[in-house]
Write a protein of this length. Structure first.
Ligand code: ADP
Ligand code: MG
Length: 159
C-alpha cells in the first residue's frame, strides 16, 4: 500500500493541510484520523470544513459523538468517538445513514467504533515531530488512492 508523509509546522499549516484534504475529498469518503489527544485531528477537520465552505466554528463533538454539517459541497460528518464506551452505541445514533457514498465522514478515535464503522478509504495519522507534526496518510481503497494522490499534489504545491 502507498504511504505518504508530510511535515506540518504549525496550527496554520495544519488548517491548510485540512483544506487540501477537503479539496481532495469532494464526492465523499470515509477518513480515519489517528493520533493522540492534542495532535491536531480537530484542527485538521476545521480546514476540511473550510474547503467545503463552512464558515462558522468547528466544535469538538466529544460529548455528542458526531457533528453534522450540511454544506454547499455536500454533507460532512465529524465524529469524535473518544468517549464511546461500546461500538453498539453507534447504532442508536443511526450511523448507517451517515455513511452513504457521497458524504464525507471524518472520524477521530475510530478504534472505539471497531466492528460497526465501515472500512475507511483513507487513514491519516498525526504524531509529534520537532515543534510541529508528522502527518502520514495511507489509502485503503481505490477512492482513497485518488484522494491520497490529489492530497500529495496539493501539499507539494504548498511548500
Ligand atoms: P486533537 O483533536 O487531535 O485532540 P486538537 O486539534 O483539538 O487536537 O488540538 C491540537 C492542538 O495542537 C491545538 O492547540 C493546535 O493549535 C495545536 N496544533 C495543531 N496542529 C499543529 C501543528 N502542526 N504543529 C503544532 N501545533 C499544532
Ligand atoms: Mg479532537
Amino acid at each position: 500500500m502507498t504511504q505518504y508523509v508530510s511535515y506540518v509546522a504549525d496550527e496554520a499549516a495544519m488548517v491548510a493541510m485540512g483544506r487540501a484534504l477537503g479539496e481532495s475529498c469532494v464526492g465523499g469518503a470515509v477518513v480515519f484520523l489517528l493520533g493522540d489527544l492534542g495532535m491536531g485531528k480537530t484542527t485538521l477537520a476545521r480546514g476540511v470544513l473550510q474547503a467545503f465552505g463552512h464558515q462558522g466554528k468547528v466544535k469538538s463533538p466529544t460529548y455528542t459523538l458526531v457533528e453534522p454539517y450540511d454544506t454547499a459541497r455536500g454533507s460532512v460528518y465529524h465524529f469524535d468517538l473518544y468517549r464511546l464506551a461500546d461500538p453498539e452505541e453507534l447504532e442508536y445514533l443511526g450511523i448507517r445513514d451517515y455513511f452513504d457514498a457521497d458524504a464525507l465522514c471524518l472520524i477521530e478515535w475510530p478504534a472505539r467504533g471497531e466492528g460497526v464503522l465501515p472500512q475507511p478509504d483513507l487513514v491519516l495519522e498525526i504524531a509529534l515531530q520537532d515543534r510541529g507534526r508528522r502527518l502520514q496518510w495511507q489509502p485503503q481503497t481505490a477512492r482513497g488512492e485518488r484522494i491520497g494522490k490529489r492530497l500529495v499534489e496539493l501539499t507539494e504545491r504548498m511548500v
